[in-house]
Structures are given as C-alpha cells and as structure tokens.
Design a protein around this ligand. Structure first.
Ligand SMILES: NC(=O)c1ccc[n+]([C@@H]2O[C@H](COP(=O)([O-])OP(=O)(O)OC[C@H]3O[C@@H](n4cnc5c(N)ncnc54)[C@H](O)[C@@H]3O)[C@@H](O)[C@H]2O)c1
Length: 258
C-alpha cells in the first residue's frame, strides 16, 4: 500500500529541478501527478516518462485564468485534488534595492508569492469537495534572514511563510493542512545555470566549505521531507515551516569546531 495511491497531486514548477524529483516520487507512490509548469517540452517529457497517471498542464502560476483551467482539467481527468505543491519559483537579479528595477521586483513577487496565493485560492474548492487535503509551499532558508542584493527574492519567500501560516488557520476546519519547507542551497539549474543571460550562476560563487554540512543539498532530500508533510504521516502537522539547509542558518562553523 503506497501513501498516495489514487490521490491527485498538483506540483507547480514540476518540469525540472526539485519539482521533477517530487513528481517522480509521488508517481512511484501511486499518485496521479499533475506536472504544472511554463516549461512545456520538459514537462511533457517527464509526464511521458512517469506514464499513465501523470499529465503535463501548461500553467503560469502568476495568471489566475491558467489556474482555473488547470484545476478544471485536473478534476475532469482525476476528480478532486488532494495535494498541492506550490514549488515554482524564480531567482532575482542580484542588485541593491536602491539600484533595482521595479519591474524585476514585480516579476519575482508575481511568481514566488502571488503564484502560491493564486494556487491555494484555485485549489481549495476542489480539496473541500474531496473532504480535505495537504498544501506544501516552498519557501527558502532566505525567508529566515536578510540577504543583501536579493530583496525581491527574500521578501517573496518571507511572504510565503506568512501565507502558509494564514492559510493554515483559514483552512483548518476544512481538514486542509498547510506547511512550508525552507531549503538551503540545492543542486538544481536554479543554482547551476545563469539566473539571467550574462549573469554567473550562483554555484560559481557559493561555497559550502564553512558550513556544518559541506555540500549542496540534493533535490531528493527535499522530496523526502515534502512527501512526509504531504502524507497522512504528518496528520498532526500544520502551519509550520521546516528548514532543510545543511546548517547554513547556523552560520559558519569555527575551523577548530569550538
Ligand atoms: N535550488 C535552490 O538552492 C533553492 C533554495 C531554496 C528555495 N528554492 C526554491 O525551490 C523551488 C524550486 O526551485 P528549483 O531549485 O527546483 O529551481 P528550477 O529552476 O530547477 O525549477 C523551477 C521550476 O519552476 C518553473 N517556473 C518558473 N516560473 C514559473 C511560472 N511562472 N509558472 C510555472 N512554473 C514556473 C520553471 O520552469 C522550473 O521548471 C523554487 O520555489 C525556489 O525558489 C530553491
């Protein structure tokens, strides 16, 4: 018996990186998996790889009409939605607040914060029809600190934690649990590819050497925590944020360990 047999799971940003890892794991545990992403070719290829109970739906998380269409198509194929993973996110250009472009700010907030808000808003009626559900929002270790040059990203992820706690209160009586995960630096294209044309990837200047666990995290490590939070194993967990960062928020470890 799999934890997600027959359950329908919608994953935004499911075409690559952490979202693809989550999609594979839910598929392996018996779920109907909706890979919802703007990245069409890759999303379709992954749905084909996962087989029968997986579909790709083109969704831009910042567009309300896309959400409406995605929920309608999901319900038509599989019935009500049990699990929503608000995972889609984009990096911000590295620039100070004073020098930044408000259009860049708007784009990051629209994807990283308005996206999860629109997702919850669109999916909750379906979860109510099914008698409950679980929502996991992907924040970031950046949502626990301030980081120079990354105001829009950091603010969007602090917002995701506020949204999570508020949704958990509003949806508790509907038997819908809402939690967030705050990953540290995870080895995906988000880190290893240029965030914008001409900019160096984060992996060019990030070193894990000073931290407790001296490497980047793997997408599968986030998936294991996420699967727990989305499953009935976490029936007593709601309104919480789970940091999984290899100890980055501890700060640098003294070289002599003292
Ligand atoms: N990789 C890290 O170090 C790290 C650390 C902390 C938090 N995060 C967060 O984890 C989540 C997943 O990131 P990842 O590392 O897998 O990155 P990724 O870039 O590999 O994947 C992100 C996915 O989101 C999709 N996406 C982007 N904008 C979208 C939109 N408007 N609508 C729908 N889909 C969209 C992309 O097409 C892509 O498939 C993001 O929310 C990111 O902010 C990542």
């Amino acid at each position: 018996m799999n934890r997600f047999d027959g359950k329908t799971v919608l994953i935004t940003g499911g075409a690559r990186g952490q979202g693809a890892s989550h999609a594979r794991a839910f598929g392996a545990e018996g779920a109907n998996v909706i890979i919802a992403d703007v990245r069409e070719e890759r999303g379709r290829a992954l749905a084909d790889e996962l087989g029968g109970n997986s579909v790709f739906i083109k969704l831009d998380v910042s567009i309300p009409a896309d959400w409406k269409a995605a929920v309608e198509e999901t319900e038509r194929r599989f019935g009500f939605i049990s699990v929503l993973i608000n995972n889609a996110g984009i990096p911000a250009p590295a620039v100070s607040i004073a020098d930044s472009d408000p259009e860049d700010w708007d784009q990051v907030i629209a994807t990283n914060l308005t996206g999860p808000y629109l997702g919850i808003r669109a999916v909750v009626p379906s979860m109510r029809r099914g008698g409950g559900g679980a929502i996991v929002n992907i924040a970031s270790s950046s949502s626990h600190v301030g980081t120079p040059m990354l105001a829009s990203y950091v603010s969007s992820k602090w917002g995701v934690r506020g949204l999570t706690r508020t949704a958990a209160t509003e949806l508790a009586r509907d038997r819908i649990r809402v939690n967030s995960i705050s990953p540290g630096v995870i080895d995906t294209p988000f880190i290893t590819e240029p965030p914008r044309p001409g900019e160096p990837p984060t992996s060019d200047h990030f070193t894990a050497e000073p931290f407790a666990i001296q490497r980047m995290g793997k997408p599968e490590e986030i998936t294991k925590l996420l699967m727990f939070l989305a499953s009935d194993d976490a029936a007593f967990v709601t309104g919480s944020d789970y940091v999984i960062d290899g100890g980055i928020l501890l700060g640098p470890i003294p070289t002599d360990g003292q």
